[in-house]
Design a binder for this molecule. Structure first.
Ligand SMILES: [Zn+2]
Length: 386
């Protein structure tokens, strides 16, 4: 069966590369990935997958299913396809889509011999929109045994944590006044923003190493001769430890409340978008994936326990089903994500070759889980106990 899977992926090489490059060359932002979804669904429908579009009420989400000869374990392969504002495909999501489709085409060849089901779930807006968070809330993963995807990177890493993140906006409402003639009559909302940043910077001394807090001023007033009556800021608040997130957010909000009190401005706290949960690493899954990476001769990178991490809405999925979010190297040297360099690497011959390898690793891992019930049980046990 292994050989059939690998052969099918090799035979689909041209189509997979072309699919990936079409997405790359036509970057679509979060929630607008209509063309990408059209191309992916077309490909899967043509192979006999049953496709539901607008999955979970989101226009550019989908679910494609293919059943084996009888009921059995359900393995979901997750695709992403959104691009970054201004940068295009500088996070390699076009390759993520190619890997999910490639793995599905490989598994299709052996599914008639197997009990179980393969799904490809199209998850839009990973860059900030967090479609997977909504899917989790809507129960999209009820009945799924294992969820997997593969992310391009500068290095190959079978498993790695990710940071839980909550996005916040603080809006301060003060009172306008002539900045020179009547300053005492004003309440300076910008001062409240500046004070909040200063308090957060002081707070950092009492925070653990895994925490990241970073922000921008989104409104700093309209004119220098007017005391700003409105000012606002946005923050990302992150930690590796899911259970610490609420307490951390509370501490950050206290900085804003203190600034409001000090300046007399009124504070409005907006909790933006969904929380991205920290990734719950599944050790047995990581071990299987690492084995397959090694089979294809990939050099495994052992990352330090903290630092160098971002956030992903795959973290939310990993909280409800055993999940894997490995990284595959698409470059001969380490490259920073969300950069011009990463974007360039994303269309290199090596990246497209690695997309095929990634598809194979995903497919072989899924095959292991569909054919070895003991292994699947071990994965589930680690999820329950982890
Ligand atoms: Zn990404």
């Amino acid at each position: 069966m292994r050989e059939k899977v690998l052969k099918a992926i090799d035979e689909a090489e041209g189509r997979l590369k072309s699919l990936s490059m079409r997405i790359y060359e036509n970057p679509e932002l979060a929630w607008q990935e209509h063309r990408a979804v059209g191309w992916i669904c077309e490909e899967l429908e043509g192979e006999g997958f049953q496709v539901e579009r607008s999955f979970c009420g989101m226009d550019t989400a989908f679910r494609a299913r293919l059943r084996g000869r009888a009921e059995g374990p359900v393995v979901a392969l997750l695709a992403e396809y959104d691009a970054l504002p201004g940068l295009g495909h500088a996070c390699g999501h076009h390759l993520i889509a190619g890997m999910a489709v490639g793995a599905a085409l490989g598994l299709k060849e052996v599914l008639p011999e197997l009990e179980g089901e393969v799904q490809v779930i199209g998850t839009p807006a990973e860059e900030g929109g967090g479609a997977k968070a909504k899917m989790v809330e809507e129960g999209a993963f009820d009945g799924v045994d294992v969820a997997m995807m593969m992310h391009p990177s500068g290095r190959t890493i079978p498993a790695r944590g990710s940071l839980a993140v909550r996005s916040l906006e603080f809006v301060f409402h003060g009172r306008a006044a002539h900045a020179a003639a009547d300053p005492e009559k004003g309440i300076n909302a910008l001062d409240a923003v500046v004070q909040t940043f200063n308090s957060i910077n002081a707070l950092r001394q009492q925070l653990p190493d895994d925490v990241r807090i970073h922000g921008i001023i989104t409104d700093g007033g309209q004119a220098v001769n007017v005391i700003p009556e409105r000012a606002s800021m946005r923050l990302g608040v992150r930690t590796l430890r899911q259970e610490f997130l609420n307490e951390l957010v509370e501490k950050v909000e206290m900085c804003a409340r203190g600034a409001a009190m000090a300046t007399g401005a009124k504070l409005e706290v907006r909790r933006l978008g969904p929380v991205y949960a920290a990734m719950k690493v599944n050790r047995p899954l990581a071990r299987i994936i690492e084995g397959h990476f090694r089979e294809f001769g990939l050099e495994i990178y052992e990352p330090p326990p903290t630092g160098g991490m971002g956030s992903t809405d795959m973290g939310n999925v990993s909280r409800v089903v055993p999940a894997a979010h490995p990284y595959i190297s698409i470059s001969h040297k380490d490259i920073p994500g969300h950069s011009e360099e990463f974007k360039e690497a994303g269309r290199s011959p090596l990246a497209l070759e690695r997309m095929l390898v990634g598809a194979k690793v995903l497919a072989l891992t899924a095959l292991d889980l569909l054919t070895d019930r003991e292994l699947l049980e071990e994965v589930k046990r680690d999820f329950r106990e982890g």
